[in-house]
Design a protein around this ligand. Structure first.
Ligand code: COA
Length: 259
């Protein structure tokens, strides 16, 4: 097994959407079942984005993991990274394109939860304000390939790009993904619990907004200056003079008492 990261191509779209629905449903909060026409809608929008025909002007990058030693047409895992080097305004426009239509919300009996989710993601977007950033918008690995490093490869692909560009990364983590993200340097910003019992479901869905600050490459890091490389200030000179006097005086080498 040799996992590698590759860009997603048009022929991967149905597999990716299936992978997403099988593992995340039609909404990560509550893993809601897909409503009628959901899969087709998602395939259409992913194709449009891959062809860059949705006005996102290259902000969205889809990446997949395949096994070089296995069937390379199988998508083992996939991710959607979004780049906003100029900050919120670009993300806001895209967010409004995705969630702006009110009629989308009442597609099934879970519309109230869908509405709550839209408000939540909008708030997460606002938390970031105008900050230039990279966003991990989606990550999913097929059940049979989990805990083999596929998710990590996709996280690293984005964090490496973020480090190169000196940008922070943000994401909204499920409880399943949180510890993986922590291992990659993400820290919690805000945790929100959604009470699913209010929506005819069971349990609580916990989602955590997380951030990772860029790490400069070793070659870009300035070494901590050694004592001799530090600026010699009058304070340091005075300190040395006092230390020298304290050593010389008790040894009887005081120049004033020699004769
Ligand atoms: C979250 C998710 C994407 C992780 O994908 P993955 O491919 O299993 O990720 P990795 O294999 O890189 O890492 C998962 C764990 O396996 C461990 N691992 C990685 N390679 C390993 C190996 N060769 N042997 C043993 N463990 C390994 C990692 O350290 C990590 O441990 P941790 O959870 O304690 O941090 C996957 O569980 C998933 O799709 N969940 C459902 C959808 C979801 O919740 N997505 C996240 C939305 S924010």
């Amino acid at each position: 097994m040799r996992f590698v990261v590759r860009p997603i191509e048009l022929q991967d779209v149905p597999q990716c959407i299936k992978l997403r629905i099988d593992n995340l449903g039609s909404l990560i909060i509550g893993r809601l079942p897909p409503y009628e026409g959901y899969a087709e809608e998602q395939e259409h929008s992913m194709r449009k984005r891959l062809l860059n025909a949705d006005g996102s002007s290259g902000h969205i990058h889809f990446m997949k993991v395949v096994d070089k030693d296995g069937d390379q047409s199988e998508v083992v895992a996939y991710a959607r990274w979004e780049f906003y080097p100029k900050g919120l305004s670009e993300r806001k426009t895209l967010f409004e394109q995705n969630h702006g239509n009110d009629s989308d919300k009442k597609v099934d009996e879970f519309w109230k939860l869908r509405e709550e989710a839209v408000k939540y993601f909008k708030r997460c977007t606002e938390n970031i304000q105008g900050c230039p950033h990279i966003l991990l918008a989606l990550l999913v690995t097929a059940k049979e390939h989990r805990r083999r490093g596929a998710g990590s490869l996709l996280v690293r692909a984005g964090t490496d790009a973020a480090d190169k560009n000196g940008l922070p990364c943000y994401l909204e983590a499920s409880e399943e993904g949180r510890s993986l993200y922590q291992h990659h340097g993400f820290i919690d910003m805000e945790t929100t619990d959604f009470d699913l019992t209010q929506h005819g479901l069971t349990g609580v869905e916990r989602v955590t907004q997380m951030v990772r600050q860029p790490v400069p490459k070793k070659s870009e890091m300035k070494p901590t200056p050694g004592i001799l490389e530090r600026e010699v200030t009058p304070g340091i000179v005075l300190c040395f003079a006092v230390m020298l006097f304290c050593i010389v005086f008790p040894l009887g080498l005081n120049p004033y008492t020699r004769y």
